[in-house]
Design a protein around this ligand. Structure first.
Ligand code: F42
Length: 144
């Protein structure tokens, strides 16, 4: 599966460095952001047809993960928001484990249930939400 994928590295240097560390070890646990673990979500580009490995904070509950499109509280969504919307079939790596998932944007009561879990996993998400007008998108990554 993965051997058929063509990848493009992240444009941002610190993200690229973190991803290189994960790729070198085959394990996400060697990278922490503010002492918190990350996962890597592989998403197919909407236009390029190239895959991107996107490191995100690890938000997990009962074996289910979500992807938080915070982009540090930037006014616009990250590019991967558009990619995952167009191509919701993704791969999630946590530690050395990978699984396939279907990404679904959650809203309303479902998002309200997950948002405190997001903030518990990574408290700066609350600051990011406070500093942007947009509602930070949360995608449920349902195993398939
Ligand atoms: N970002 C988050 O949003 N949430 C997190 O929880 C998070 C945690 C995190 C932890 C560690 C780490 O190293 C990075 C972390 N990031 C987190 C940053 C995250 O990995 C992304 O860098 C960030 O969200 C920005 O995403 P982005 O997709 O906007 O990335 C930019 C910098 C980028 O590389 N853009 C590419 C580019 O070339 O500019 C993407 C271009 C692209 O996707 N093109 C598409 C294609 O098909 O190729 C077409 C897009 C279209 O419009 O159709």
């Amino acid at each position: 599966m993965n051997h058929e994928r063509q990848y493009r590295p992240p444009a941002t240097a610190w993200v690229r460095d973190q991803l290189e560390t994960i790729e070198a070890t085959g394990d996400t646990t060697g990278v922490l952001v503010q002492g918190r673990p990350v996962v890597v979500v592989e998403i197919l580009g909407a236009k390029s047809g190239l895959w991107r490995k996107v490191p995100l904070m690890r938000v997990e509950h009962d074996g289910v993960y979500v992807a938080v499109a915070s982009k540090g509280g930037a006014p616009e969504h990250p590019a991967w928001f558009h990619n995952i919307t167009a191509n919701p079939e993704v791969t999630v790596q946590d530690g050395t484990e990978t699984h396939e998932a279907h990404a679904r944007l959650i809203t309303g009561a479902e998002r309200a249930q997950w948002w405190p879990r997001c903030v518990e996993a990574y408290p700066p998400y609350a600051d990011y939400q406070a500093k942007t007008e947009r509602e930070i998108p949360v995608f449920l990554l349902e195993r398939r």
